[in-house]
Ligand binder design. Structure first.
Ligand code: 2AM
Ligand code: CA
Length: 255
């Protein structure tokens, strides 16, 4: 038994209400590392809410969140992105989520990703499968030409612009692409088959931890773009796809 998933989902749903009722004004937005890396009053408010509820219920677990002053990785605890897809949130594009992963001895054992706009709760426990609300998820293992492929691209990481565009061009010889703006939801969409795959050259652990488990539990292969296990300690690349598309992209990249 890790944490009570029903309780965890209930708290995340409550946190979703903070976002749904938000009334964002320009003075509540500030930039972090660059003009393209933004945080709002609500990112901080949601994180504070989750941290205080988690500490009440599970005081022996560390809390790690994106909006902390310094990210300090712990083997056991919660790894949280209070709003993944902050730019979408700021511009009023209704595609963002709360992402919470539970870690035990460095492994992701439970994950919850919640989009409050459409009331979609994705969740998983290791070895127990993954779900969207009440429905079990299974990646349909499309061929590249049968699905749309999610990409993430990084103005915050100039070195990755060219390889990103090259890989997109390769994919577009056979398939269509999407750039939706939330890594956590991208992974959940691969789990359900809404997207056949997803890649991004530079993404942070809190963006991908919960979605990674949800995707794997649905039969998705998830690695870095070199075929390695994505680290939870630092920024990483990521590739997630059903087996057929994964093999194809692996071949394109040549790892
Ligand atoms: P965020 O919304 O939590 O900031 C979109 O491509 C994805 O990139 C989102 O999941 C977004 O997470 C993430 N992202 C935003 N700023 C980033 C940065 N400086 N480095 C890496 N990923 C970032
Ligand atoms: Ca965020």
């Amino acid at each position: 038994m890790f944490v009570d998933l029903e309780k965890l989902k209930e708290i995340v749903r409550e946190a979703g209400e903070i976002i749904s009722q938000a009334n964002l004004t320009p003075e509540q937005i500030r930039s972090k590392t660059s003009q393209k890396d933004l945080v709002t009053k609500y990112d901080v408010e949601v994180q504070d809410f989750l941290e205080s509820r988690f500490q009440e219920l599970w005081p022996d677990r560390h809390f790690m969140g994106e909006e902390q002053v310094e990210y300090r990785y712990e083997q056991r605890g919660f790894l949280v992105d209070p709003i993944d897809g902050t730019s979408n949130f700021i511009f009023g594009i209704p595609h963002f989520c709360i992402s919470v992963a539970v870690l035990e001895q460095g492994e992701i054992v439970q994950g919850v990703v919640y989009n409050p706009v459409v009331d979609e709760m994705y969740w998983a426990e290791v070895g127990q499968g993954s779900y969207l609300n009440g429905d079990r998820l299974k990646n349909p293992d499309f061929a590249l030409g049968e699905a749309v492929f999610g990409v993430g691209g990084s103005p915050y990481d100039p070195n990755s612009i060219e390889p990103t565009v090259r890989l997109i061009a390769k994919i577009m010889e056979e398939g269509d692409i999407r750039r939706l703006g939330s890594a956590a939801l991208d992974l959940c969409y691969v789990a359900s088959g809404r997207q056949g795959g997803y890649f991004e050259f530079a993404i942070n652990p809190w963006d991908i931890a919960a979605g990674l488990l949800i995707a794997r539990e649905a039969g998705v292969t998830v690695t870095t773009l070199d075929g390695e296990e994505p680290p939870l300690t630092r920024t990483t690349s990521i590739l997630a796809a059903g087996p057929k598309i994964y093999a194809k992209i692996k071949n394109f990249i040549g790892f």
